[in-house]
Write a protein that binds this ligand. Sequence first.
Ligand SMILES: [Zn+2]
Length: 405
Amino acid sequence: MAPELHQLLATFAGFGATENGGVCRLTGTPEDKAARDQFAVELAQRGLRLDLDAIGNMFGTALLASQSSDAVLVGSHLDSQPTGGRYDGVYGVLAGLLAVETIAARAAAMPGAARRNLVVVNWTNEEGARFQPSLTGSSVYAGTQSLEQALALADGNGATLGDALAAIGYRGTGALPLTPLRYVELHIEQGARLEDSATEIGLVEGAWSARKISVVFEGEASHTGPMPMPRRRDALRAAARCIDMLYEDLDEGAHASAARISVYPNSPNVVPSRVQVWFEIRHEDEAVATAIGDRFLSRIDSAIAPLGVSASIAIDERRGTALLDAAGVKIVERVADELGFSSMRMKTVAGHDALALQKRVPATLIFVPSHNGLSHNAHEFTAPEALDKGLAVLTETLWKMVTAE
Ligand SMILES: [Zn+2]
């Protein structure tokens, strides 16, 4: 057992702790600040240098090879969903911290073995719970999202990410002064495939595609009491009809959701005049996700016209299937073998910082099992022994990467 890992996880579960044992640690809130402050303390205690960039990414560097300006990065995120659990993201950051500590000690005992430096990272706003879209810090670092646009992202109350970061003291002015060579992330699976197949380590080869469509339904406000039923133009009823229509028309293996909705004026006594729904469609095959979305969009008008409601598309975003670094998968596979852990190759359905980083450097994503596949839930759970195995695999993977010729 790695008692330190479990102590750290318990400490961080206290930041934004919810009554039912989960955490709510939204980006740029006092809870986020508390977790970041503690992370800074943990970095300092281990002699790691902290760099804070303009989007609030925190880099903790172990200089293992002073002659090299290259670094291997390891990390994940400390922010959570409103109904977050104790492992999503924070496990990857804390395991990364301990792996860096172990490797720094090993490198010090074996002068010359490490050929490049090692950096543990906390990426800002991975979850996209308060500020959309998600993967903000990692996308800015990878160069696929502009810093200005990212800082201007606004939450539901109009507060910007830039202001929120400044308010908690984490809108930095620095940068990581090293060249990233590779990125590695350890994460809970958030699905049930590892547990169902009794496999200890997931080797993530790539990601499912996702299509995110947001539709605005426009009806007409009226009194919910006296207005005769046939004359109502109820935007919420139209939205409900479309949500079910999407769910009823999915191809084999597809996942879909309508998990966020805003209703105007959202009064119990006013027929909703304007409703926005955020739909998501995911499939391993991008063409299938695209086709489901096309089919759905083409049927909306005729489905809601009888209700006197019209619809327009506010967002239609496609995230194609992505491949992670194939060489990295082989390295982790070998490490799992050497440590005597079972492993399997798989795809991730959820988005992760590793997918954003892959656009800049070869990125590697390692999964450990999630009990019952439950995540974004207070009861998210991974057994301590399984967490330890993930840490061991992460540590040896990083060692190979910093020492490789
Ligand atoms: Zn996560």
